[in-house]
Ligand binder design. Structure first.
Ligand SMILES: O=C(O)[C@H](O)[C@@H](O)[C@H](O)[C@H](O)COP(=O)(O)O
Length: 317
């Protein structure tokens, strides 16, 4: 394993607190979609019944993943409420996988996702989570030095990784000394090594790596990772990691996981906030159909997909 694949995060001593707190459950109320989103949290998925004050509803979401019964949508009054729920969801999955197999493989995006993870690095989770089992990856990364303001590593380090004691050897940053193509190959080699050493599981169905959790953001054009609408990379079905040199979102040079890897995940959280993203959210979860699906509509994991939306992102539903 090339040492350049690893990047150090500082240690922080944890007070002894072996078990996760039973943090207060976010109210999980369901309302008619046509109502204004006055509930603290609104959740629906095809086939999942919700209860509101006035009775039972079956709410329909026609997105492809919901049709497969895999999409669950939670809508929050504010991004702050969303971040509380996202922290609990992430900590619970970390606990589950760590108890099951002694490790937790989690994949981060860039963008606003990192800010939405802020409650995870606050009490009670910062002290209660067993960070020693975490292995951290990036679904995409900009081809810039790690200390560059555009670096997803730097974003995650400043806002998350520097605040928790994940062992430095378990944080897998890209090799920023390589050009885009080399960095993508290098990262794929890193993943293959970790599959061989049983750190990363493999999907029995696809043969692609199966991460325990991917935390994805979405752009206003419906892109996820660095897979953009209309770009040939969305159809890549052999490589695990590939590169782009003409990203419509700056900076232009990036590496990215491919859809077969994304969709082999055990869990995916799609975290989307803001009115500027209501269009693609509606395209994915509304009742219309489009012949040329947006990248976000191609997210359809083997495991469970949960959408974390604020009410502005859900405003067209
Ligand atoms: O490196 C990147 O640019 C990201 O990984 C990208 O896929 C991001 O998640 C979305 O563009 C959403 O970003 P925002 O949440 O900041 O809009």
């Amino acid at each position: 394993m090339a040492s350049s694949l690893y990047f150090s995060a500082p240690f922080r001593t944890l007070p002894p607190s072996p078990s996760l707190p039973k943090s207060p459950r976010i109210p999980f109320q369901v309302s008619r979609l046509s109502h204004s989103l006055t509930h603290k949290s609104l959740a629906f998925s095809t086939g999942i019944r919700g209860v509101s004050g006035s009775g039972r509803f079956r709410l329909r979401a026609k997105a492809s993943m919901a049709e497969k019964g895999k999409g669950k949508v939670e809508v929050f009054d504010s991004e702050d409420d969303l971040s509380v729920s996202l922290a609990k969801y992430t900590a619970d999955l970390a606990d589950k996988f760590s108890k099951l197999k002694g490790s937790f493989t989690v994949v981060l995006s860039g963008g606003s996702l990192i800010k939405s993870l802020r409650k995870l690095v606050e009490p009670p989770y910062v002290d209660a989570v067993d960070w020693s089992t975490w292995h951290v990856f990036w679904v995409d990364e900009r081809v810039v030095p790690k200390d560059h303001d555009d670096s997803n590593y730097k974003l995650a380090f400043d806002g998350f990784l520097s605040k928790v004691p994940i062992p430095p050897g378990k944080v897998y940053a890209i090799n920023d000394a390589l050009p885009a193509e080399g960095a993508a190959d290098d990262y794929e080699t890193c993943l293959k090594h970790l599959v061989k050493s049983n750190v990363i599981s493999v999907s029995a169905a696809t043969g692609f790596p199966k991460f325990d959790l991917m935390l994805l953001g979405m752009g206003p054009d419906g892109h996820v990772a660095s897979l953009f609408p209309g770009h040939p990379l969305v159809k890549e079905n052999e490589k695990w990691v590939t590169f782009i040199k003409d990203s419509p979102k700056p900076p232009p040079e990036r590496i990215t996981f491919t859809f077969p890897v994304i969709n082999s995940s055990a869990n995916i959280a799609l975290v989307v906030c803001g009115a500027g993203k209501a269009g693609p959210v509606h395209a994915a979860l509304g009742s219309g159909q489009n012949s040329d699906p947006l990248p976000v509509q191609m997210v359809s994991p083997e495991g469970e997909l949960v959408w974390f939306l604020d009410k502005d992102a859900a405003s067209k539903l």
